[in-house]
Design a protein around this ligand. Sequence first.
Ligand code: PLP
Length: 389
Amino acid sequence: MISSVLPTYARAPLNFIKGEGCWLESADGRRYLDLGSGIAVTLLGHANPVLTEALTEQAGKLWHVSNLYEIPGQQELADRLVAASFADTVFFTNSGTEAAELAIKMARKYWYDKGEVSRFGIIAFEGCFHGRSTAAIAASGAEKMVKGFGPMPEGFSQVPFGDLDAVRAAVTDQTAAIIIEPVQGEGGILPTDDAYLKGLREICDATGTLLIFDEVQCGMGRTGKLFAHEWSCVTPDIMMVAKGIGGGFPLGAVLATETAAAGMGLGTHGSTYGGNPLACAVGNAVMKEVANDAFLAEVNRKAGLLRQKLEGLIAEFPDVFDSVRGAGLMLGIKCKAVNADVVKAGYEAGVITVPAGDNVIRLLPALTVTEADIEEGITRLAAAARSLA
Ligand SMILES: *Cc1c(COP(=O)(O)O)cnc(C)c1O
């Protein structure tokens, strides 16, 4: 008999009942160090008092009003995001997938309004992940996501990640946009280098193609800059954020330049919950904490420390681990053992990591992770590795 929860996830037998900072407690009283943050979501740790205060204060006043009315918290959050980024305008969603949908719609509408109605092609990258809607799985093209779901929407293609010539060859006068994660997350924590993003920007500028960055996982301070693309000094035309921006409350956004957003006038898009008062109260609190140089300097310092210790760990267990890669506190350890086994051994050792493509385990701790947490994390990862070696 089918379980009452649709069985689309192979769930680990872990039952967490509360959390604090980087720590989770399960129903049986065990404590786990959380280096996954629910896949890069709980950006400021569990039960962060600042976020709890922001949410509960708003909850006592007003939960929801329709986007038919003004929402001051939404205006404030949009202003903050515009002030802190390349963007001129923001639309709020509840998830990364919805942000992907709008980013794609926006790029297509841009060309439609220019009279280029067949310029709807979207070029994505092998190993990418933009969500689970029909358009987002079509963008990925991965058989494990699209198989069985009928005809995919037209116009999506994929090129190898990291190959500029392949992009040059794929862009035609039917290409509306290129969509890329500046650091591939699900694909296995694969960063792009600065020259690559610059090359993409040049291709886009030469052809008019719009450049969409998916910063759902790598944005919001995770790499040590507010947005990962800032390392390269390249800006997109459209960007998606979600995950960390809500710190665990469902919130996403599409940020865009005025030019790229030109087609999205009255009535072209909407959302019931997107940008509602509760979500925006939390989003504003997250932005206040993260969009500041002192906070980001600390992220970089702790990222350096974690990375250095991981290098030591890998050297100590060369049969289990291969190498570390990533940016800031978005790190992947390429494994020699099977990554799922390493994650499972981590559960036994009381440390939570997240598997990704290319036999990688992801470390995506809260940006508020302490030095003591990092020490403990390394100790527990070592225990996990020892149990496998
Ligand atoms: C998680 C993720 C998404 C999808 O976000 P949801 O909130 O799960 O819809 C899209 N893009 C990237 C890069 C992601 O990591």
